[in-house]
Design a protein around this ligand. Structure first.
Ligand code: NAP
Length: 507
């Protein structure tokens, strides 16, 4: 990486009035971005509470074979820290982890991280947040609390009878144990999402037998993953303007791709998916793999070679429902026992947990569970009514689908920084007005009902219990425009005192 650090783009340069104590929960892509931008604003009293012993969020937790990111690597970076050194169009997981941990070190974020500190609860005392953790700090005070916990952090385990009786190894894809030998083994994968697809292409060439248990087929876009030559990488390093030109082209392609997937006319994306599917020679297998819902309803899976891998002689796609797990393997509804040594649960995440199970208690003792009693009430995915000086990054109803989450994270952080500027200037606590929040969210939910995620004829982790997507259908450009500056009329200012003191960390 280059040695000259570019200052991240922050929305304002107003002089500091006082130094707030900021606690950020989570040291993933969002937590690191937030700390970097706070530091660029002259705020240095920052503690990042990380429940694990290492930074990196989803790129730390996921270590399964084949882990990669299907967003072009050049776009899966902070805007202020381009990386000319990616080896392939779609980067592998370990390379992505290295990029983010490298940036954290470069921008002096690493020393702010307190590891093995899971936040159990946070309570607004009227003056500050009192944060209880499972780790050595036990209790901290903060003027501002920011949740950067991510949405894909709690594995969802399937409710399959007999899983404990299975005699082989069984684990969730996001909890891949160290030292698992898959070579020459009989491996089963439950699920056919982005994770399972990446696992399939990595495992098929090395295992003895691969059994994929498919409940619902996925639309897969067959997309090549070309490498970048060392010459090209050297040119991007030497000529940043050349690199920027390539980035602009990628951004344009990415906008067009998102529009093709989520826009009104999806005939082109369907024909591209169909073309990939047509490469499956066996008509019975091809039929099993063909979804009966619209492409784009679930997140489209991107893979250079899934259809090739699934046709391997040692690969079987099982579509009979799973009845139970047994000592020797998995039994399906047709009575067949699929004998296995290893069973991987690529069954996704509890995506409606957000920062829970942590408990949050705000103004007048209002609890997060009360605010979210009948839905995920929130202000623009970044703030909650009754929760003074509390912010979250990538909260409920963030834009989503196949777009890069990094741009969304930076947009949220820039918005939050401006709110913090206001807090510093006026020496107040800030929280969104409840009625305004309800009105804005009602409009987002109405718009979300009118999307492919709601109307495409599938079920997915995007949907809430009423079948409404927990995703704002704004494009990244619309989101940036919408969140360029906070409308402070939407907020309530709460008087506080005691701000500006030294950070206190009680043992
Ligand atoms: P997912 O998309 O939620 O897929 C879970 C899979 O498990 C589905 O096929 C689901 O079937 C199946 N499943 C769940 N419970 C089951 C049960 N009891 N019995 C049988 N099958 C069951 O999870 P994921 O693949 O881990 O991906 C989650 C998200 O992570 C993605 O949407 C994406 O945002 C992110 N991700 C991104 C990348 C990337 O390259 N950018 C890679 C991996 C993950 P049904 O469809 O029938 O529910």
């Amino acid at each position: 990486m280059e040695s000259t650090l570019k200052r991240p783009d922050v929305a304002s340069d107003r002089p500091a009035k006082w130094q707030p104590r900021v606690v950020i929960i989570g040291s993933g892509v969002a937590g690191i971005a937030c700390a970097i931008k706070l530091k660029a604003q002259g705020i240095d009293d920052i503690v990042i509470l990380e429940k694990a012993g290492k930074l990196g969020g989803t790129w730390r937790d996921n270590r399964y074979p084949g882990l990669a990111c299907d967003v072009p690597a050049h776009l899966y970076v902070y805007s202020f820290r381009p990386n000319p050194n990616w080896k392939r169009r779609f980067a592998e997981g370990p390379d992505i982890w290295r990029y983010y941990s490298g940036v954290a070190a470069e921008y002096g974020v690493t020393e702010h991280i307190a590891y093995n500190e899971e936040v159990l609860s946070a309570e607004w005392t009227g003056r500050h947040w009192l944060i209880r953790t499972s780790g050595p700090s036990k209790m901290l005070e903060a003027d501002i609390l920011i949740s950067a916990v991510g949405r894909l952090q709690h594995p969802k385990y399937p409710d399959i009878a007999g899983l404990d009786d299975f005699g082989g190894q069984v684990f969730h894809s996001a909890r891949w144990p160290d030292g698992v030998g898959v070579k020459g083994k009989r491996v089963g994968i439950i699920g056919t999402g982005s994770t399972a697809t990446q696992l399939t292409t990595a495992l098929a060439p090395v295992v003895d037998r691969l059994t994929i248990f498919q409940r619902t087929p996925q639309w897969v876009l067959t997309i090549p993953n070309p490498g970048y030559s060392w010459v090209r990488r050297a040119l991007y390093r030497a000529f940043p303007a050349l690199h920027e030109r390539y980035l602009a082209k990628l951004r344009q392609e990415s906008r067009a791709a998102v529009e093709l997937i989520t826009g009104k006319d999806r005939s082109f994306i369907r024909s591209m998916c169909e073309a990939g599917l047509a490469s499956v020679e066996d008509p019975v297998l091809r039929d099993k793999l063909r979804p009966d819902y619209e492409p784009g309803c679930k997140r489209i899976v991107m893979s250079p070679n899934f259809y090739q891998a699934v046709q391997g002689d040692n690969v079987e796609l099982v579509t009979d429902a799973i009845e139970r797990a047994e000592g020797q393997g998995v039994r399906t509804a047709d009575g067949r026992l699929h004998e296995l040594d290893i069973l991987v649960l690529a069954t996704g995440f509890k995506t409606d947990a957000f920062m829970r199970p942590m408990s949050l208690s705000g103004a007048n003792g209002t609890k997060l569970d009360d605010i979210w009693d009948s839905g995920f009430l929130n202000y623009k995915s970044v703030a909650l009514p009754e929760m003074p000086n509390f912010f979250m990054i990538n909260g409920p109803y963030s834009p989503g689908g196949n777009a890069s989450v990094v741009g969304i994270i930076e947009t949220h952080v820039n918005f939050i920084i401006q709110c913090i500027d206001r807090i510093r200037e006026r020496h107040v606590a800030l929280m969104p007005d409840r009625r305004t929040t309800e009105k804005l969210l009602a409009a987002v939910r109405e718009a979300a009902k009118n999307t492919i995620w709601a109307q495409g004829g599938c079920s997915s982790w995007y949907l809430d219990k009423e079948g409404v997507p927990l995703i704002n259908p704004l494009s990244i450009d619309q989101l940036r425009a919408d969140m360029r500056e906070p409308a402070f009329d939407d907020f309530v200012e709460v008087e506080i005192d005691g701000a500006g003191r030294e950070a206190v960390m009680r043992q």
